[in-house]
Design a protein around this ligand. Structure first.
Ligand code: ADP
Ligand code: MG
Length: 716
């Protein structure tokens, strides 16, 4: 172990120091070690890199009167009133007042009775948090607080307080103590450092040791603003190394994958040509270019790793079908995986209509395919009779065995984690060969981000829309003008057009929670009652309902009816966000549009404007609008360009949300922020190039240090 228990043993190497177990720290028994391990804190260096998520400034007190919404502050006051209630869930509201005679509400949703009983009118307390406007003045939701005795002078802190990510069963004090113990065991700076001297000198940043010490314990004279904005050199130093580790991990993954062979798909492309000739349109220039890039990749005996980015409606599906035909022509098997059953079924319909006339068998596998049908599907896949296999993540389950998978196509990549993508690839592992991978996404990712998020993929962009589309006109209207909107629907349908009405979260209290099954339920209820109201308001119109809680067969049948024009108005939840394609639909109404992010609004709106007729989108909102919501709706009104929208989204929200939490491990950054730290990326990339070429062993250690056990998944 890392401790020098035996004086005869050689001095621990750098790796041994950081590799020592957290169990070696005083006071860490099996129970605590287990809780730490559950969060990946196993080695000493995991604790060194367990960095604060933020800092609290308790060096000063802010009078309640001077609180600025959205700006965290420390406040002292006395309890004035305590109110307990229940609104969707238990609620505790404590009103405090200070010498400035202003009041502030503290609101708790999670609390126990003992905690609630401590709030006694007159008691003095000090709390810290983000004040937000509420119905009755400012409030802080779940502030951190402590009571002060009357005699307590309430000395201020002299430096910023680090706040660590919450770990179940480990209180903040224990965490601080553990970190302090771990920091005591930091080796000398030169031993800790993994970056080559040339890099650190060029960066002009503190050593890793210094940076860690400062990040965990900001010195008293720290520039508060520089620090809490993450721009302090110590924090930048850590962000740099973390981004480097992530980038290296993706690059290594790519290198490892490229070391495998793949089937070189060389045919003339006769089947693909037949499909092209049979299409009612010709490919756009962008589709042709991307298809050529894909075909060129597939000709090589090493696996293609290509991401095709194309805005909603840019025509990615047909490019995927053409690629599939090349593999089929070479006698190989193809898998196409989509994130939802609805989308997978749409692909199935398209692929069958394109491929079956050419004599190609398309097999289908999804979670709902069970019993005999599943056995039959598995047999068709295993025998190779199913030349192209379309499905959901069910394709990756155990028991699914391919005959000769040479091309794995994954649609709407942002819904899958990187590991899922890899697992489909493993299905095609055949000796040393892996399938070619084609990943399609409609999420337009700004370039800087794409370079980091997809360092393991080559990127092609379909940057041209099929001709004959008229841009969608977008208006934002308050919910009070609902009657006008209903009238618009009546007119559109009378003209033979079709309409989507999208319902989103309706309840404020639930909107605060993380999306989950509860939200799905609320959404479904909203859709149900809107469906009923619109059916009444629009007599004679054929109205359909689609939500996530319906059975797959019901969903499919509603979709088919809408597609066939039998339904004129489709009331739906955001389940229609991905992939639904009905060119005759020319009006979309999105209710509570202010609740949705830009990316989601853009995806939804992409469902209209697919035909030749002028289309429009009505964003209905509930006033008053927050500043952020107003900006979002404004962006939607001004542009339909997915890349512009993505850039704005990034600006307004930051990359975590844009990429989704399960994306590529990027969201798992401890300290780096891809927007704030984008200026470091060129150096990160250059450093990575150098390390991979000259010192792959160092590169490996940097990855191990920052990503550790998580990187093992990624090892190809
Ligand atoms: P996405 O890129 O969002 O997956 P799809 O592949 O679903 O887009 O294509 C959207 C629509 O555009 C479909 O109705 C498809 O038939 C049509 N389409 C695709 N390519 C062309 C083209 N080159 N010309 C005209 N229409 C096209
Ligand atoms: Mg698509």
């Amino acid at each position: 172990m890392g401790r020098r228990a035996n004086p005869g043993a050689p001095a621990p190497t750098l790796a041994a120091g950081g590799e020592a177990s957290v169990r070696d720290l005083p006071g860490v028994g099996p129970a605590l070690a287990e809780k730490l391990a559950a969060r990946g804190l196993i080695r000493l260096q995991d604790l060194w890199l367990h960095l604060p998520t933020r800092y609290e400034d308790r060096t000063t007190l802010t009078p309640i009167r001077d609180l600025v919404p959205g700006q965290p502050a420390q406040v002292e006051g006395r309890v004035e009133a305590v109110e307990r209630g229940f609104r969707y869930r238990p609620l505790l509201r404590v009103t405090i007042a200070d010498d400035s005679r202003a009041t502030l509400a503290l609101r708790f949703f999670h609390f126990n009775s003992a905690q609630a009983a401590q709030f006694i009118p007159g008691r003095r307390l000090r709390c810290y948090g983000d004040a937000r406007p509420s119905g009755h003045g400012l409030e802080i939701v779940h502030p951190s607080y402590r009571f002060l005795a009357e005699s307590d002078e309430g000395a201020m802190r002299d430096s910023l307080d680090p706040v660590y990510p919450l770990i179940e069963g480990i209180g903040p004090q224990t965490m601080s103590r553990l970190i302090a113990e771990a920091l005591k065991r930091l080796p000398p700076a030169e031993e800790l450092e993994l970056l080559p001297g040339a890099v650190t000198r060029a960066l002009d940043m503190p050593t890793l040791k210094e940076a860690l010490q400062v990040a965990h314990r900001p010195p008293p004279d720290t520039d508060v603003l520089l620090f809490s904005s993450g721009r302090h050199p110590a924090l930048q130093r850590l962000a740099f190394e973390e981004m480097l580790a992530h980038h290296l991990s993706l690059r290594r993954q790519r290198i490892a994958l490229r070391a495998h062979g793949a089937s070189a798909i060389k045919g003339r492309g006769a089947l693909a040509d037949s499909l092209r000739k049979g299409l009612p349109y010709s490919l756009t220039g962008a589709q042709r270019r991307v298809y050529d890039e894909v075909a060129a990749d597939m000709r090589k005996p090493e696996p293609m790793l290509r991401l095709v980015q194309g805005d909603v409606g840019s025509g990615k599906t047909v490019v995927a079908a053409l690629a599939a035909l090349r593999a089929v022509e070479a006698g190989k098997q193809v898998a196409l995986m989509a994130p939802t059953e609805l989308l997978a079924e749409q692909h199935l319909i398209n692929f069958r209509s394109w491929l079956e006339p050419l004599g190609i068998q398309v097999a289908w596998l999804a979670g709902k395919v069970t019993g005999k049908a599943r056995t039959a599907a598995l047999a068709r896949i295993a025998s190779g009779e199913g030349q192209v296999v379309v499905g959901t993540h069910a394709l990756m389950q155990e028991g699914v065995v391919f005959k000769d998978l040479a091309l794995a196509i994954v649609d709407e990549q942002h819904r899958f984690g990187v590991h899922q993508r890899l697992s489909l690839r493993d299905k095609g592992l055949d000796g040393s060969r892996v399938p070619h991978q084609l990943v399609m996404t409609a999420t337009p990712i700004p370039r800087t981000l794409a370079m980091s998020a997809y360092a393991d993929l080559d990127v092609s962009v379909i940057d041209e829309m099929p001709p004959g589309r008229t841009p969608v006109t977008t208006v934002a209207l308050p919910g009070t003008r609902r009657d006008e909107v209903v009238e618009r629907i009546r007119v559109a349908c009378a003209e033979g057009r079709q309409v989507y009405w999208v319902c989103t979260l309706i309840d404020e209290a639930d909107a605060e929670d993380k999306p989950g099954p509860g939200v799905l339920r609320i959404d479904a209820q909203a859709a149900q009652s809107t469906f009923e109201a619109l059916t009444l308001a629009l007599p004679g119109l054929r109205v359909g309902l689609l939500h996530g809680r319906m059975k797959p067969a019901e969903k499919q049948s509603v979709m088919a009816q809408f597609k066939a024009g039998e339904l004129q108005l489709l009331v739906a939840t955001t389940v229609i966000e991905v992939g639904v394609d009905v060119p005759n639909a020319s009006l979309m109404v999105i209710e509570n549009a202010e609740r949705l992010g830009l990316a989601q609004l853009h995806q939804l709106r992409g469902r209209v404007g697919r035909g030749a007729q002028a289309s429009s989108c009505v964003l209905m909102y509930k006033p008053p609008l927050s500043q952020m919501a107003r900006q979002r709706l404004e962006v939607m009104r001004q542009t339909t360009d997915g890349f512009v929208i993505a850039e704005k989204d990034l600006e307004l929200r930051g990359p975590g949300e844009l990429l989704g939490t399960r994306q590529t491990g990027l969201a798992g950054f401890r300290i780096a922020d891809l927007v704030r730290d984008a200026h470091l990326l060129p150096t990160v990339h250059r450093t990575a190039d150098g390390l991979l070429a000259e010192s792959p062993a160092l590169a490996e250690r940097i990855v191990q240090r920052w990503i550790g056990s998580a990187a093992r998944f990624a090892g190809a």
